[in-house]
Design a protein around this ligand. Structure first.
Ligand code: AQP
Length: 329
């Protein structure tokens, strides 16, 4: 039997190039070789206040985004986290295996509690235990996510081992982190020291998959660049490295080839042509996304089928967990 992979994205706004390059792009490749589960993690999304109608729209848009980028519902189960109740149930059990000190060390928690100082809720704090439930519920072997999630995966591995050791039973599979081949951390266009993020304050930070061609061109024109005008990647050129990574992903050309193409040419040409390359790459994705958004029945059918397949595995694992823990009567 092929190995199982699971990954997910929060429906907290619009999917952006960072989500695509750090996560979805790997899924599309891996779905051919692995039993794949890709969820829209709406329970995670409410650790930050969401407007109900916007959250529901974002859930559907995120699912349409997965499909439009090339996730194949015949090969992968696409589902919404809250439609498989076992995620929340297992999260409770795993909370009791997670130490406060471990959660306090999580950099995502530290960042988010600065960003949402008015609402540092317990859910934000225990986010990694819910993420552990997402992964462990399916006895997932591989987790393809961006580099920002690596620390969470480490914690999930520890939790799985701790639980198995405590009950002396190999209930959970210890998962492995799968890093993206390229662009593990896509940086904000407005600030190459911070990751591109759905909830960034500046509208110039991220390129959303739903941005219009004009907005994309404008965002790239305004993107921060490094000193001196040479188009090349390198530790001393974080902004250009980021832009070249994006350019390479959307065109399939290597960074070395792109650097050669721009020898003796300045940032102006580079940005104009990068803008056009992103627009050319994104246009068919946007067309497919619109098709799925306009066919509610088709999207529902994909999500229903995905949830059913996920539930079949989830109920089994939860039963096993309850049995070893001694829950029920
Ligand atoms: N900038 C990024 N570069 C590479 N990968 C990224 N990912 C996110 N940003 C980048 C990867 O996308 C997946 C889904 O992320 P998420 O929505 O669950 O949460 P996040 O990592 O916190 O993403 P955002 O965009 O920053 O969302 P908000 O603003 O809502 O917190 C993960 O695999 C992640 O690694």
């Amino acid at each position: 039997m092929s190995k199982r992979i699971l990954s997910g994205i929060q429906p907290t706004g619009h999917l952006h190039l960072g989500n695509y390059i750090g996560a979805v792009r790997q899924w599309i490749e891996l779905q051919h070789s692995y039993e794949s589960l890709f969820c829209i993690v709406d329970l995670h999304a409410i650790t930050v206040r969401q407007k109900p109608e916007e959250l529901r729209a974002a859930i559907r848009r995120t699912a349409a985004g997965y499909l439009a980028c090339g996730v194949d519902p015949e090969k992968a189960s696409i589902f919404v986290q809250s439609s498989v109740a076992e995620h929340a149930e297992l999260a409770w059990v795993l909370n009791t295996f997670t130490q406060m000190g471990e959660l306090e060390r999580m950099t995502q928690y530290k960042d988010k509690s600065k960003q949402h100082a008015q609402n540092i809720n317990a859910g934000l704090f225990t986010y990694p235990a819910l993420m552990a439930a997402d992964v462990l519920l399916y006895k997932t072997e591989l987790v393809p996510v961006g580099e920002d999630q690596k620390q969470h995966i480490e914690l999930i591995r520890n939790l799985a081992q701790r639980f198995n050791n405590h009950y002396d039973k190999p209930v959970f599979t210890v998962p492995e982190y799968v890093p993206p081949k390229q662009g593990a951390r896509i940086m904000g266009l407005d600030d190459p020291t911070k990751k591109m993020s759905k909830s960034a304050e500046s509208e110039w930070n991220a390129i959303a998959l739903t941005d219009t061609p004009d907005v994309i061109r404008k965002k790239i024109k305004r993107a921060v660049t490094d000193s001196e005008s040479e188009v090349r990647a390198g530790d001393d050129k974080p902004a250009l490295t980021n832009l070249l990574t994006i350019y390479s992903v959307v065109t399939g050309k290597s960074i070395a080839d792109l650097e050669k193409e721009y020898v003796g040419r300045g940032y102006g040409d580079f940005k104009t042509e990068l803008g056009e390359a992103v627009v050319a790459w994104i246009t068919p994705i946007q067309e497919k996304m619109a098709t799925y958004m306009n066919d509610a029945g088709e999207l529902d059918a994909v999500l229903d089928a995905g949830a059913e397949r996920a539930r079949a595995i989830a109920t089994q694992t939860l039963k096993e967990v309850y049995d070893v823990v001694g829950l029920g009567y």
